[in-house]
Ligand binder design. Structure first.
Ligand code: GTP
Ligand code: MG
Length: 464
């Protein structure tokens, strides 16, 4: 299936100080190429060792025959390997030098430097994993939390793929049924039977797509985290909130209004869900040039946020800026925090409620006395995960590409249903139906174009 049957090599571990480093080689000449530079202690050569064994030896340079490093070499012969090709992994000492020199010598001996993601791409092209599993490999590498990792593992084990395959199978059966019916003219009502079958399946597939999409929002959150902007006028306690959440004096806190000039970003996890916090400069009208830039950045953070924590100072009456911010965040998912509850209340709750919508939750806090943090964390979970901690085995679709394809397939099926209602000729409806089938196939890579593959795999790390 692969036409570029050369042998590729890359450093598979992160560069930097570490106990071991791994250089990986895959392709038909992997063993021959490595034989040039590996001297084993207990065997003649790598060709002589059993598959799936790890062997002690040395790497020597091609030209000078000089020892480069003491190594353990894994030999894995095709097809039971990650790429389904012969794979050699050289485990050497960590740090930058050993891995680099070993790689250089492998390239001299005839290997080609792998492109990012090329090992995984080969695994896909050789049919070991499908596309959604390949993408899961990337998610696994980039996972920011335990939950994100569980999610990627679920996808890697083919949970999403098998659901999509079931859907496509069902659609294929319907298409086959339609073909047969149309081909037997003794049925007078062939068109009717076909229309009924197509619309019945289209409806069912649409229901299943809707379920998958419903879970997708949570999936994205588990994977990418919740972008959370802390917003409020100057001096209400935004930076104090950030420090409290991350349990570190990261942001400067003073009684001077306008202390925070630039946005400050930090990530924490709540029940396994990453929260990407952004502390912002207090939003107000100002003539100070630096502060103006800060305020513009605050507004940008507000725009990009999945969640806004809007802070108000309970010990002062509502101000014009507070009202403006309540209005500006109205279409956002938000929590209203009334801070400084350790001081006497000046803010009129009734007046405030009039400005809020029914879904708004108000939480009273005191950053000084660290009151209300637990309630805040609980509310965030309620808002994003329906209060539940993500179940391990639900099929969360977290990949934007998958969501997009599901939505497109859903639209095609809408057209199928419309056309069925209007009694459009069956062969025309079949086209949309088949298109939906193709779109679902792109998720698993059963119907997929070359450019897409190149683009997808180029997002991987080198050596994976
Ligand atoms: N009494 C009391 N003071 C607080 C509380 N939270 C914050 N403060 C004080 O309020 C002042 C401002 O706090 P910051 O956290 O710097 O406020 P900010 O919203 O980040 O202010 P800017 O960065 O200027 O926009 C500091 O003196 C804090 O110690 C609270 O709950 N109670
Ligand atoms: Mg601040």
């Amino acid at each position: 299936m692969i036409n570029e049957v050369d042998t590729i090599a890359a450093i598979s571990t992160a560069l930097g100080e570490g106990a071991i480093g791994i250089v990986r080689v895959s392709g038909p000449d992997a063993i021959t190429i490595c034989n040039h530079i590996v001297r084993l202690v207990h065997h003649q050569s790598l060709s002589a060792v059993k598959s799936h064994t790890i062997n002690y030896g040395k790497v020597v340079s091609n030209d000078l025959g000089q020892d480069i490093d003491e190594v353990m070499v894994s030999v894995m012969r095709a097809p039971k390997t990650f790429t389904r090709e012969d794979v050699i992994e050289i485990n050497c000492h960590g740090g930058n030098q050993a891995v680099k020199r070993i790689l250089e010598n492998l390239l001299d001996a005839g290997a080609r430097l792998a492109e990012p993601g090329e090992f995984t791409k080969r695994a896909f092209l050789n049919g070991r994993i499908d596309l959604s599993q390949a993408e899961a490999v990337m998610d696994l590498i980039k996972a920011k939390s335990d939950r994100a990792m569980d999610l990627a593992m679920g996808q890697l084990s083919g949970r999403l793929s098998s659901k999509i395959k079931d859907l496509r199978q069902e659609m294929l059966q319907t298409l086959a049924q339609v073909e047969v019916t149309i081909d037997y003219p003794e049925y007078d009502d062939a068109e009717d039977i076909s229309l009924t079958a197509l619309s019945h399946t289209a409806k069912h597939i649409k229901e299943r797509i809707a379920e998958l999409l419903k879970q997708s929002r949570q999936g994205r959150i588990i994977r990418d985290g919740i972008k959370t902007a802390i917003i409020g006028r100057p001096n209400v306690g935004k930076s104090s909130l950030l420090n409290n959440l991350i349990q570190e004096e990261k942001a400067i806190v003073t009684e001077v209004a306008g202390t925070t000039r630039d946005t400050i970003e930090e990530t924490i996890t709540i029940n396994g869900i990453p929260l990407e916090l952004v502390d912002t400069a207090g939003i107000r009208e100002t003539t100070d040039v630096v502060e103006q830039i800060g305020v513009a950045r605050s507004r940008k953070a507000l725009e990009e946020a999945d969640l806004v924590l809007l802070l108000l100072n309970r010990s002062e009456p509502l101000s014009e800026s507070d009202r403006a911010l309540i209005a500006a965040t109205a279409d956002k998912k938000r929590l209203i925090l009334l801070n400084k509850t350790d001081l006497t209340q000046q803010l009129d709750r009734v007046q405030l409620e009039l400005l809020l919508v029914t879904t708004d939750q108000v939480i009273e806090t005191s950053m000084l006395e660290q009151v209300g943090i637990d309630a805040l964390e609980k509310s965030i979970m309620d808002l994003f995960m329906d209060g539940k901690i993500a179940e391990r085995d639900a099929t969360y679709i977290s990949n934007v590409r998958h969501i997009d394809l599901l939505k497109k397939a859903d639209k095609c099926l809408d057209e199928v249903l419309n056309a069925c209602e209007q009694q459009v000729p069956v062969d025309l409806i079949q086209i949309d139906f088949t298109r939906a089938w193709d779109l679902l196939g792109e998720i698993t890579g059963e119907s997929v174009q070359d450019e897409l593959l190149t683009q997808l795999f180029s997002q991987f790390c080198l050596g994976k």
